[in-house]
Ligand binder design. Structure first.
Ligand code: KG4
Ligand code: ZN
Length: 338
């Protein structure tokens, strides 16, 4: 039994085929990064128009690579939120129309649940209960997962999301959009101790995060450099990454302790960052637990994670109607269990 997974919540069109027994059988992706790069960020209207162009050819390609026809599909799963409203609508309308024509269910998927379950696409899978750190362009969340599909939010960012902090810092350093991967490359050449940037809310007992002050500290450090001199930018990038990494590691340690948990799942675009991965891996070795990441290509937006999450919702009978309904804002804690 096969299902199709469609991702179109932001600047990536992803389509994947997932089978109940074989698991992931194909996945294809088109990124709009070069198109938005000249504007320094995602232009929502351009994103929607591009998704419309890509959805049909990518679906054909995913089915062809899976070696199946559309008549073999049992459901069409799609990202219904959170995300850009126009971008979400393109995927929802296409998925709904395809499912209606094939007389099969259309299954709405929560984008952050899809990120959170992406490590389940790997051979070694986390077992319940686990604490999940979700770090993406729009979200920074610490979540306790005790039962399948039930997400208890332990903490979240009170201002900027981690990915947003990476992107804004990258912009200040003259790194083109999307800043995260470029900033990582630059940071690898720098010294983590060169600048002592703030580790916000480190001493608070709460599990919330704040990254706006860190961004301001970086801005001041950049402004203090002689005009036209970028010789210390690698040090700034590395010290910034170290401050973020220390904060994330500290909060994960506290969350694991509070929940008496030994499993940590790290997901979302920022979880592709090697310095963050290393620090969280070291933390789990230190506390005698295990850490689970998705492979890098499944950390950022993709169709495979939507197909996996969609399959779980489909198998528990949670199919949507053919009405086109999207949720640009949607809390993970509003989801029913699996
Ligand atoms: O999960 P994602 O692909 O999209 C959202 O749902 O937001 O995350 C995108 C975010 C962007 O802010 C991007 O700069 C960041 O993830 N990112 C990274 C890295 N790769 C992507 N941040 C730091 N290091 C990376 N290697
Ligand atoms: Zn995402």
């Amino acid at each position: 039994m096969y299902i199709l997974g469609i991702e179109s919540s932001c600047d990536e069109t992803g389509v994947a085929v997932y089978g109940r027994d074989p698991g992931l059988v194909s996945h294809v992706l088109h990124t709009q990064i070069p198109m938005h790069a000249e504007y320094g960020g995602v232009v929502p209207e351009l994103a929607s128009r591009d998704h419309i162009k890509r959805l049909v050819p990518l679906t054909r390609l995913a089915l062809e690579q899976a070696g199946i026809g559309q008549q073999d599909l049992a459901a069409v799963c799609y990202t219904a939120g959170p995300g850009l409203i126009g971008a979400l609508l393109t995927g929802a309308m296409y998925a709904g129309a395809l499912a209606y024509a094939l007389k099969i269910p259309a299954v709405p998927v929560h984008h952050m649940e899809a990120h959170l379950l992406a490590p389940m696409l790997e051979k070694v899978k986390p077992s319940l209960p686990y604490v999940a750190l979700l770090i993406s362009g729009g979200h920074t969340l610490l979540i306790l997962v005790e039962n399948p599909g039930e997400y208890q939010v332990l903490g979240q960012s009170v201002d900027d999301a981690v990915g947003e902090a990476f992107d804004k810092t990258a912009k200040l350093l003259g790194i083109p959009y999307p800043g995260g991967p470029g900033l990582e490359k630059l940071a690898l050449q720098g010294d983590a101790a060169a600048f002592n940037f703030p580790r916000p809310m480190l001493h608070s007992k709460e599990l919330d995060f704040s990254f706006a002050g860190l961004k301001t500290a970086v801005l001041l450090a950049i402004e203090a450099q002689p005009e036209g001199d970028s010789s210390r930018y690698a040090d700034i990038a590395r010290s910034f990454t170290q401050a973020v990494t220390d904060t994330l590691t500290h909060k994960c340690r506290a969350a694991l302790k509070r929940c008496h948990c030994h499993n940590l799942v790290v997901a979302g675009g920022v979880s592709a960052n090697s310095m963050i991965r290393e620090s969280l891996s070291a933390l789990m070795t230190e506390v005698g637990g295990r850490v689970f990441f998705a492979r890098r290509e499944f950390c950022t937006d993709n169709g495979a994670m939507v197909a996996y999450a969609g399959m779980q919702r489909f198998l528990s009978g949670q199919c949507g109607t053919y009405a086109v309904k999207v949720h640009p804002r949607w809390s993970l804690s509003d989801l029913p269990g699996l």
